[in-house]
Design a protein around this ligand. Structure first.
Ligand code: ARG
Length: 481
């Protein structure tokens, strides 16, 4: 049975049903559909459109549907085009004529928009929690790395030594921006579209503000046309996930490089490596490579949705149904990647000797020599030219740089000592820099930031800690928790 049998009869062609149905994937919205319907029913009761006993009957039917869905006993019927149709059909089976009142004053257009916002609210928060799990591991590994150092690279060329802790926290801070973006996206999307109807509102005395409050939204839509056609929040979510994916890709790329024999900076734990079906000696960084590979898919999902949206006039068009699969898939893939990378980083074995040997190259302290000359009063450009000349001479004449430095009248013993292993990295003393002093400070700041972000997540609307329904404080509120 279709929802529009009054107008079109009941003869939808089979291939049309197959082409237009979304129930196979929008079942993921079932929990949110029930949440939205409960608020809608209460709103109809408050407006006097439903009698109190009708409200009770409908809420009980919705609860029963919820139990059936949870217990796996809910049976989807061939005519259930989407999850909204399926839930309404079952409520009507359970509650007869009263069930047939469920959809009063509502369209699937405002309903699906509401469901999807509720889904994003809880799902993006859960992604952010997994990001914090990975940041936690990075922080732990950074703490335990102590004074270990490795080359920092620019243009893939060894540039200056940096503490391993500093390098790990660089990834940590990028992830902190991801958390920030996810939290901000949730805050922005936390607006109720319910009451917009198909596109223009209703002649019935509905109270969208009441329903919005019931659902823990910050408020209601301002414009019904905008409310049913707005998928900015899906695009934003896909962007947040794509950029997070790009960050995970960068981490994966580094592990793939660092675990290669050429670098040898780290070794994969057996549980986080894969073998080769042909080459017995291989131990492959497939987790790192897939973390890198998934980013392409995530960027594709964002691009696909933007192209879908780009062609649409106001207001709801069925094209919008194409918003869900990329969103669901992006969230699922990012969870998988985050968890696998968290385990990978927790179990990586570092080879400090290899890292440090690579960082102790003869010329990595060249900038420190130049800066020593600056401290002694030489203009920087002149110092740069002088040290550059010595590096060149050392290479051309095959004389160790330290020897030339020691012999130079403007440099000498003190300067040559800067070239000893492990000294250069200690010279990075400025705030946010790569040496032990600023990194100790950074570890404190990062720890504090993680604490703040954990608290923000606990306070987010609809967070697992509290009820997603009335009175959930928004991120700006300081009450509750
Ligand atoms: N399954 C549809 C979607 O996800 C629900 C809305 C359908 N509305 C309509 N007027 N056909 O977009």
């Amino acid at each position: 049975m279709t929802l529009w049998q009054g107008r079109l009869g009941d003869g939808m062609a089979e291939e049309v049903a197959a082409f237009t149905a979304s129930v196979q994937f929008d079942q993921a919205l079932a929990e949110d559909d029930l949440t939205g319907s409960r608020a809608h029913v209460k709103g109809l009761g408050k407006a006097g459109i439903l009698a109190d006993d009708e409200v009770t009957v409908l809420l009980e039917a919705l609860d029963r549907v919820g139990r059936e869905l949870d217990g796996g006993t809910f049976v989807f019927q061939p005519g259930d085009e989407d999850v909204h149709t399926a839930v309404e059909r079952r409520v009507t089976e359970l509650a007869g004529d009263i069930g047939a009142k469920l959809h009063t004053g509502r369209s699937r257009n405002d309903q699906v928009a509401a469901d999807l916002r509720l889904w994003c609210r809880r799902s993006l928060g859960a992604v952010a929690e997994d990001v914090i799990g990975l940041q936690d591991v990075l922080l732990g590994r950074a703490r335990e790395a102590g004074d270990a150092y490795l080359p920092g690279y620019t243009h893939m060329q060894r540039a200056q030594p940096v503490l391993l802790a500093h390098h790990l926290l660089a990834h940590g801070w990028a992830l902190a921006r991801d958390v920030d973006r996810l939290v901000a996206t949730v805050e922005r999307l936390n607006v109720s579209p319910l009451g917009a109807g198909a596109l223009a509102g209703s002649s019935l005395p509905l109270d969208p503000d009441y329903v919005a409050e019931e659902l823990g939204f910050h408020g209601r839509f301002e414009n019904s046309l905008d409310a049913v056609s707005d998928r900015d929040f899906v695009a934003e979510a896909l962007f947040d996930l794509a950029l997070l994916g790009v960050h995970l890709s960068r981490m994966g790329e580094e592990v793939a490089l660092w675990s290669s024999e050429e670098f040898g900076f780290c070794a994969l734990d057996d549980a986080y490596a894969t073998g080769s079906s042909m080459l017995p000696q291989k131990k492959n960084p497939d987790v790192a490579e897939l973390a890198r590979g998934k980013a392409g898919r995530l960027i594709g999902h964002l691009t696909g949705l933007l192209v879908t949206l780009k062609g649409l006039p106001l207001a709801y068009n069925r094209d919008l149904q194409e918003d869900k699969e990329p969103l669901f898939d992006s969230v699922a893939q990012v969870h998988l990647a985050l968890r696998a990378l968290t385990g990978l980083f927790a179990t990586l074995g570092w080879d400090h000797d290899r890292m440090q040997a690579a960082a102790d190259g003869p010329a990595v302290a060249a900038i420190d020599l130049a800066e020593l000359l600056v401290e002694r009063g030489m203009p920087f450009r002149q110092a740069h030219a002088l040290i550059g000349g010595l590096v060149r001479e050392s290479l051309e004449r095959h004389v160790p740089l330290a020897e030339l430095v020691e012999a130079h009248p403007s440099l000498g013993d003190d300067a040559a000592r800067l070239l000893e292993p492990g000294v250069a990295v200690t010279r990075r003393t400025t705030p946010g820099g790569a040496g032990p002093g600023p990194v100790a400070d950074q570890l404190e700041r990062f720890t504090r930031r993680l604490g703040v972000d954990r608290a923000r997540l606990a306070l987010r609307p609809g967070s697992r800690g509290g009820s997603p329904a009335p009175g959930v404080p928004g991120p700006a509120s300081s009450s509750g928790g």
